[in-house]
Design a protein around this ligand. Sequence first.
Ligand code: MSP
Length: 490
Amino acid sequence: MKEARKSSRDDVKYCHTMNQKYYVTTPIYYVNDIPHIGHTCTTLAADALARFAKQQGKEVFFLTGTDEHGAKVVEAASKEGVPPQEFCDQVSQRFRDIWPRLNIQNDYFIRTTNPKHKEIFSRLINQLYDQGEIYKKKYGGWYCVGCEKYITEKDLVDGKCPDHNRPPIWQEEENYFFKLTKYVPILIEAIQNPHSPYYYQVEPEAKRNEVLSRLKDDVIDISISRANVPWGIPIPWDKEQTTYVWIEALCNYYSALEINNRLDFWAKDVEIDHLVGKEILWFHAAVWPAMLIALNLPLPKRIFAHNFYMVDGQKMSKSLGNVIAPEEMIKRYGVDGTRYLIYTSFPHTNDSDVGWSRFTEKYNSDLANGLGNLVSRVARLCEKAQLEHKPEVQFECPNEFTHAVNNLKFDQALAYIWEKITQVDKTFNEQEPWKQSGEALKKTLRTSVTSLHEIAYLLTSFLPQTAEQIKEQFTGEIQARTPLFPKIDA
Ligand code: MSP
């Protein structure tokens, strides 16, 4: 904890970080599925990073959205008996509704059926064609509509795609191809060498190694068009074909900024951070950077790929009926309860196994009995002692905490805060303020209140509402209130 001493040096540092820009993105979600905690964890991760960057004085743009073209969406729409655009409008709305409910503050929500996205993408793809980066050839392969990609026979289990439990279909047609293989040596260099003009980070390390070994071993040019998928953006120079959904989807990160007149965020000195799940890393860490190099545009600085949520040992999926929806979590645990449970279980490097009973147990022990109980006890004694408090200390985030947040090690960042909570609780119990009176009592209470302000400061990026409530409750005349996190029956 550091006393606030505003020196001119602090001002210089502050001005410097003010100029720093941070652009964070989530994948744009397919509208064939409704929002679940797999989508939620990435969007919450981006929200914490965006809030944290703002707290550090950076200028931030945070993007999320929906991916609305392709065979998969048409298939889902026809199952519902609704025309594709109407279907997209409905499902996209579910994503747009749930993020504000979780107090997620994205700056823009992109939809790939937005005519402006189509216009910008058409310009970019035309540029690649004019530069000779695209050619036409006949191609046949096994296509999984669930993955929206060609898969090889060695990926199949019992003749089916293991991720979607369905057989792929043989597709043979004449398509346009982007010369991905041409960029392989530059991409390997860009990932490995910090001095490369194209340097970008792929994290965590194991994922970076996977991308590198695939780049060194198994790359073919990528098909960028489809002959029989009418629900897509037409190829500008050949109206018989539409764009392969992945190619235009990747361009959302750029088009969203142009739509908002914020291309100042797509610049070399901006920290551009793409957060994705592990199964879509290749598109982000190889295909997208190659397209950007070909387009002569700056590259992202980091691509971070997380693992998956499993539910009680099984992959979460609609067909297994074990999908955990954020709405259901909010009903049980409230907004910040849900945020806490998602951050602490974030599948950083390994898959994360979650389930209702474990969520409830964690909620009760860390939030109801931990933070919530401490806040109530301190507030009750402050009210009795008629303590008034004027917060004067300014806090800074310790390096260890900052490092954990920036590396998406949210469980570690929160464990750091919870160690403080345990410490404050312990000191409070040792000092037994309920047996004290007069100045001694006030001193003990002031120390606890200042610690609670520090805890609130550190919680800002994760549990913003709770952080605000604590700051407000312990400023001026302090009063006891209803519990922040009511205990839940297991
Ligand atoms: N539309 C593409 C992304 C295009 S980005 C230019 C897509 N959409 S998706 O809706 O299928 O998946 C979006 C994200 O959700 C992926 O990052 C994926 O990893 C994540 N998750 C889906 N199920 C998941 C879990 N069970 N656990 C954690 N995240 C998982 O792919």
